[in-house]
Design a protein around this ligand. Structure first.
Ligand code: GLU
Length: 499
């Protein structure tokens, strides 16, 4: 393939601004998604453009309808309304990638016809052996182009015989691809470092790269504003735009949200679900302002601003790319100020909506009814359903399980529980039944007696030895609070509570 230098060029200034958020529905709505959505939304509104919501559900194993619903609900809670999307439609739909398969197929065929893509019949075994060999030879890992030179008639025969295959993009072997980033300037990538990426999987689904480029083009997206984790994908996208003969959108890669220790914000260390922050009782406006300050400031370094003020003052020159720290203490300080400013009527309304909702009261009454003798006992009895922190010191002894297990064993089993709870599709529903089924199966897999594990869970989540039925407790507390408490119990056991 000839040596080329390709560049992502700026879209014509005259085109109306169209931006998008393109989440993959593979879990809880992530605060990183909200952060990126905010910047897209603000930019769109600043320029009277359109903000599109596209669901990138090409990973069939990991995508779920419940996750999609949750993402929409989270964005709606924040008030980041979209103009086109899977729920409200629009001129460039469908807005769910799984409903656009014929479009991708047609585009892949176009690339094959122009010699820019080719079917690849390599088996998993061959690819594994290739990787192993490359590791031994200490050379760059990647596809070796084995199927690139196959004879056209052989390819046609094998495709007609329905031999399983993927389609790969034929990346130029030489030259460089230049990505122009509105925040980072020119980024150069040697083509030799870019693999012949798979663009169509053997199940007929496109990969992220192909679907993303085709959709951004067909949806006439002018500015791609996303997280910096996608920078290394961008040269692949630029090459695809070029192969189709399309103009690139303007790219902006925002800094990745980070934990206080600078590591990437992840659910291992911090709660990352938007719902967690909603359920802790921050106001959406406070949360948006906090997210806004992570990458943007107003000219006088004024940090407190409304969404309208952010839109009004938005300018890329005031956006920073340094890894912003997700500092909950700062969020708390913002929140304290905002709550202080509310009048009594609003407080009453918020408490009724967010703390003592009908739904929650119904669940708490069911939990308390069989166990308390006076109404006055109600608040102390259900207190662990509220508030974030639990004091483990008074119940530390319970973690020892009467000396039957070591601290390491307890740490390992609780750690595994948190991990598996996260991944298990049944447990994700977080109902009494699904939690019980998951937990009993977990005990079986790990060879633990249910009674022992259940004691650990009860103590971790409630800080008590006696509490309403365990699974009812977990279900009412909710996934985020349970996860937070289990994590807190693990921290306690590693430090003060070690035995
Ligand atoms: N589906 C990708 C995500 O989950 C989209 C990345 C992009 O904006 O291109 O974030």
């Amino acid at each position: 393939m000839s040596s080329t230098t390709t560049e992502s060029s700026l879209p014509p200034r005259s085109r109306p601004v169209r931006v998008r958020i393109a989440p993959s529905p593979t879990g809880d709505p992530h605060v990183g998604t909200a952060y990126i959505a905010l910047f897209n939304y603000v930019f769109a509104r600043r320029h009277s453009g359109r903000f599109i919501l596209r669901i990138e559900d090409t990973d069939r194993e990991r995508s779920s309808a419940s996750s999609e619903r949750a993402i929409l609900a989270a964005l709606r809670w924040l008030g980041l309304d979209w103009d086109e999307g899977p729920d409200c439609g629009g001129p460039n739909g469908p807005y769910r990638q799984s409903e656009r398969l014929p479009i991708y197929r047609e585009h892949v065929d176009r690339l094959i016809a122009s010699g820019r893509a080719y079917p690849c019949f390599c088996t998993r075994e061959r690819l594994d052996a290739l990787r192993e060999q490359q590791r031994r030879d200490k050379v760059r890992q990647g596809y070796d182009g084995h199927c690139r030179g196959l004879d056209a008639s052989e390819v046609a025969k094998r495709v007609a015989a329905q031999e399983p295959h993927v389609v790969r993009f034929a990346t130029p072997d030489q030259g460089e691809t230049v990505v122009r980033d509105g925040l980072r300037g020119e980024l150069q990538f040697a083509n030799v470092e870019i693999d012949d990426q798979v663009i169509l999987k053997s199940d007929g689904f496109p990969t992220y790269h192909l679907a993303n480029v085709v959709d951004d083009h067909l949806m006439q997206v002018t500015h791609v504003i996303r997280g910096e984790e996608w920078i290394t994908s961008t040269p692949k996208h630029v090459l695809l735009y070029q192969a189709f003969g399309w103009e690139c959108p303007q790219f902006y890669h925002l800094g990745l949200l980070r934990n206080a220790d600078k590591s990437k914000l992840s659910k291992r260390k911090n709660p990352v679900s938007v719902f967690h922050y909603r359920d802790l009782g921050y106001l959406p406006a406070t949360f948006l302002n906090f997210l806004g300050t992570l990458g943007f400031s107003l000219p006088d370094d004024q940090e407190r601003f409304s969404l309208a003020e952010m839109i009004e003052g938005f300018d890329w020159a005031r956006v920073s790319t340094g890894g912003p720290i997700f500092d909950q203490a700062k969020l708390d300080a913002f929140s304290a100020d905002d709550l202080r400013a509310l009048d009594d009527a609003t407080w009453r309304e918020l408490l009724r909506e967010r703390v003592f909702s009908e739904e929650r009261m119904t669940a708490l009454i069911a939990a308390a009814r069989p166990r308390i003798s006076r109404l006055d006992d109600f608040v102390p009895y259900v207190s662990f359903f509220f508030g974030g922190e639990v004091d483990y010191a008074p119940v530390a002894e319970q973690f020892r399980l009467k000396g039957k297990r070591s601290c390491d064993e307890v740490l390992a089993i609780l750690g595994a529980y948190v991990e598996e709870l996260e991944r298990d599709p049944a447990a994700r529903a977080f109902t009494v039944e699904s939690l019980e089924e998951f937990s009993r199966g977990f005990c079986q897999r790990h060879g633990w007696k249910p009674r022992e594990l259940f004691t650990l869970l009860r103590v971790s989540v409630t800080g008590r030895t006696a509490a309403p039925s365990l699974f009812e407790t977990l279900a009412v507390c909710g996934k985020d609070r349970v996860r937070l408490r289990l994590r807190a119990a693990l921290a306690f056991l590693r430090g003060d509570g070690a035995f």
